[in-house]
Write a protein that binds this ligand. Structure first.
Ligand SMILES: [Zn+2]
Ligand SMILES: [Zn+2]
Length: 271
């Protein structure tokens, strides 16, 4: 494993199991060079996001840990911004990962990563069984990240495939699926966004490979896109889960560098 930063993680401030202090201690013990925590941006009635009234406390705790670990471990205060959250939450973080976790349709708001049955029902009910139409709606939303200047990184680009093992809900090889994904990808690359190779669904037992799928990762490489590696950990054991496999996926797609956070922006590191 050559990538020693863990930039996308959750804590007890949102839907993670461990406190920021526990995550920092685990990152230090694991020999990581950098730890970024990325609380889910506040959303009304969503238990998995930071409560607005706790945001100041989140920032203060991260500021405290930065000082406590100075010279031993870089600690960063990040945000995982959901596109349905208020834009006011985007300000004042070291970096922002922007993600789409839900789709607003004429037949309700659908969470994309709750469970397989809900994802299946969304296709059936909201898209009348047309899975390519669901994919088109999802990637159109993901494309909107290109218009958010504060967003540095695109979160789990093909999250809709979370429950595609062993039996796919989506046909990622269909021309419509691919066109929608590549259209979003192109806009995001043009806007300078970095893509995650995200192992979060692996550590939680849903997938055997990281996001994005290999064909999308190859397309990203051909477009000149940039990648980083993240664990999307919700507990301290998973801070660098399957990073070796993520690095192998990057190499297999032809990438020769990974982008790491340097405290101000992102800079390349040879792979
Ligand atoms: Zn996410
Ligand atoms: Zn996350």
């Amino acid at each position: 494993m050559i990538f020693t930063q863990s930039l996308h993680n959750h804590t007890t401030f949102d839907d993670g199991k461990n406190t920021p202090a526990e995550m920092a201690a685990a990152a230090f013990d694991a020999g990581l060079a950098g730890l970024g925590l990325t609380a889910h941006s506040p959303m009304e009635n969503e238990f998995w996001t930071v409560k607005p009234e706790r945001m100041a406390e989140y920032r203060a705790e991260l500021a405290r840990l930065k000082i406590e670990y100075a010279g031993r471990l870089n600690v960063w205060c990040g945000l995982e911004y959901d596109l349905t959250s208020d834009r006011k939450w985007l300000d004042g973080f070291d970096y922002v990962i922007a993600s789409v976790h839900a789709l607003e349709t004429t037949r309700g708001l659908w969470a994309l990563d709750d469970n397989r049955e809900r994802s299946r029902r969304m296709i059936v009910i909201a898209f009348e069984g047309d899975r390519d139409a669901a994919a088109e709606a999802y990637y159109a939303k993901v494309k909107e990240i290109s218009a958010i200047p504060e967003a540095d990184v695109v979160g789990h680009f093909d999250l809709i495939t979370k429950f595609d093992e062993p039996e796919p809900l989506y046909d990622a090889a269909s021309p419509r699926y691919r066109a929608a994904a590549l259209d979003a990808m192109e806009a995001l690359v043009q806007a300078g966004k970095i893509f995650e190779i995200n192992t979060g669904a692996m550590s939680r037992g849903y997938r055997t490979s990281p996001y994005p799928a290999p064909p999308l990762l190859r397309a990203l490489r051909e477009m000149g896109g940039r990648v980083t590696i993240t664990a999307d950990a919700h507990s301290r054991e998973n801070l660098a889960f399957a990073f070796d496999q993520a690095e192998a996926a990057a190499r297999a797609a032809g990438f020769t560098e990974l982008w790491e956070f340097d405290g101000v922006g992102f800079s390349p590191r040879a792979l």
